[in-house]
Design a protein around this ligand. Structure first.
Ligand code: 9WN
Length: 456
């Protein structure tokens, strides 16, 4: 793309059939029989929000597996309601991923499922929204099975949301806090650098470990060793607290309110209201919960002097100023005031995220390209990811911003055409980074292209 908005969306979509076939192959190859691995080499277990994204894409051609994907994940839900970020696959080799089950030791928590090792933290609660999308795509002959599935999943989805609204909101702010950057799913984002980089790992505190990700991906694409050490240190503190939420929150040096995480929570509450209507439950509590999150998002995370949503470091009561993809998350709120929607769209179309010039450019970078530490290749510190593209695309369409939304689809198609179903992409030259044949890239590409074709 020589021009950031030059690719013709209609043409890109009509010529994407070969890529849709490859996307299907990727999902097929990564299917284990019960769930889909994010990627064969780098992520050989089940990840929480990956499974939700994957189910959304799969639903277009294999509704039964899409349902199974989410059901498998929720089998490992903790009794607290928490859905763990990783469910470990006992058939994967022990050295397949670090940190593995022997490091997490989820069995230390009485709330963890017995005999099913998981991580001890969560990920963004996109699952209710994903379940609704899966149901909407059910072929007519599967409507009854799909409704029965929704009815089975509903109490689990409600428990997941209730957990976040209670255990993760100890100060009653209306917003859920995360205790580890991995919980955001946007792990290494500059959005919380100021807080995260203050964490000094005491010398000799961590036993030696070997990063497995660097065996399988380029070091320049992955988090630095210093950041990785902080990730593992936080994990160790949470493990020491036996993953007891009150103790973790009291001990964690990282306590962050992420606008994207909470916008996803809100979006899922609206989805739960719709699901409740479909299965004969009461939608009202979900609409009320969404309303409360809306008030808190706008009241506490919108920084009018900066004209953007900012992450909130709860420990220091500071709004983080970095301009990242998480600031666009609240577009998922259908009740966002038009003036705020307009401000977000201005930022998305600004030189920070969509520079106009002679060189190629692809949407949407995950960090302000004009920031001194913008890095077009490193994990969450600049590259385009297809899951954040999908979320922003949904948010824009919901607010009638079809032009910008179509540009995101066109960029996504152009990136995949150029580099395949990579985990993330350099917004400046479109090169692929991280793992290859990445499941959510295949799934969400499928969803964006097919939904756009049918304007579904
Ligand atoms: C840690 C699986 C996961 C995604 C996250 C992404 C990355 C893991 C890692 O991979 O995180 O959970 O080892 O880097 O940041 O969003 O769910 O695809």
């Amino acid at each position: 793309m020589s021009d950031p908005i030059g690719d013709d969306s209609a043409e890109a979509l009509s010529t994407a059939d070969d890529l849709l076939d490859t996307a299907r192959d990727v999902l097929e190859a990564n299917w284990t029989g019960r769930y889909t691995r994010p990627s064969q080499a780098l992520y050989p277990h089940q990840w929480s929000w990956d499974s939700a994204f994957i189910a959304v894409g799969r639903a277009w051609h294999d509704a039964a597996r899409a349902r199974q994907e989410l059901e498998t994940l929720f089998e490992a839900q903790w009794t607290s309601g928490m859905v763990p970020s990783i469910v470990f696959d006992p058939t994967a080799p022990a050295d397949a991923y670090f940190p593995g089950p022997e490091i997490w030791q989820s069995e230390r928590s009485p709330a963890a499922p017995r005999g099913r090792p998981t991580s001890g933290i969560t990920q963004p609660p996109i699952h209710a929204r994903a379940a609704l999308e899966v149901h909407r795509r059910a072929p007519p002959g599967q409507r009854a099975a799909s409704l029965a599935w929704l009815a089975r999943l509903y109490p689990r989805l409600v428990a997941q949301q209730r957990y976040l609204a209670t255990a993760r909101d100890p100060r009653g702010t209306g917003l859920a806090a995360i205790v580890h950057p991995w919980e955001s799913g946007i792990d290494d984002s500059p959005a919380w650098d100021r807080d995260f980089h203050r964490i000094a790992v005491p010398a000799g505190d961590l036993p030696p470990y070997r990063r497995r990700d660097l065996d399988r991906a380029a070091a320049a694409d992955r988090p630095t060793d210093a950041d990785y050490e902080r990730f593992i240190y936080l994990l160790a503190l949470e493990r020491e607290a036996d993953y007891d939420d009150a103790r973790v929150i009291a001990a964690s040096p990282f306590l962050m309110v992420d606008p994207l995480f909470n916008a996803i929570r809100l979006w899922s509450e609206h989805a739960l209201a719709e699901i409740a209507g479909l299965i004969g439950a009461d939608p009202a509590p979900h609409r009320a919960a969404a309303g409360e999150i809306h008030e808190a998002l706008v009241g506490k995370l919108w920084v009018s002097a900066r004209q953007r949503f900012c992450a909130w470091d709860l420990r220091r009561d500071q709004r983080e100023p970095e301009d990242t993809i998480v600031s666009f998350g609240p577009l998922l709120d259908p009740d966002l005031p038009p003036a705020i929607v307009a401000a977000i769209c201005r930022e998305l179309a600004s030189p920070s995220f969509r520079p106009r010039g002679d060189g190629p450019h692809y949407l949407v970078p995950t960090y302000d390209e004009r920031a001194a530490d913008f890095d077009p290749e490193r994990y969450w510190r600049g590259p385009v990811w297809l899951n954040t593209n999908w979320l922003v695309w949904h948010g824009l369409r919901q607010h009638g911003q079809v032009g910008l939304a179509d540009e995101i689809v066109a960029s996504s198609v152009a990136l995949v055409r150029r580099s395949g179903f990579r985990e993330y992409f350099d917004p400046l030259d479109g090169s692929g980074h991280g793992s290859d044949r990445f499941s959510w890239s295949a799934a969400l590409f499928t969803d964006m292209v097919l939904a756009n074709r049918s304007r579904a």
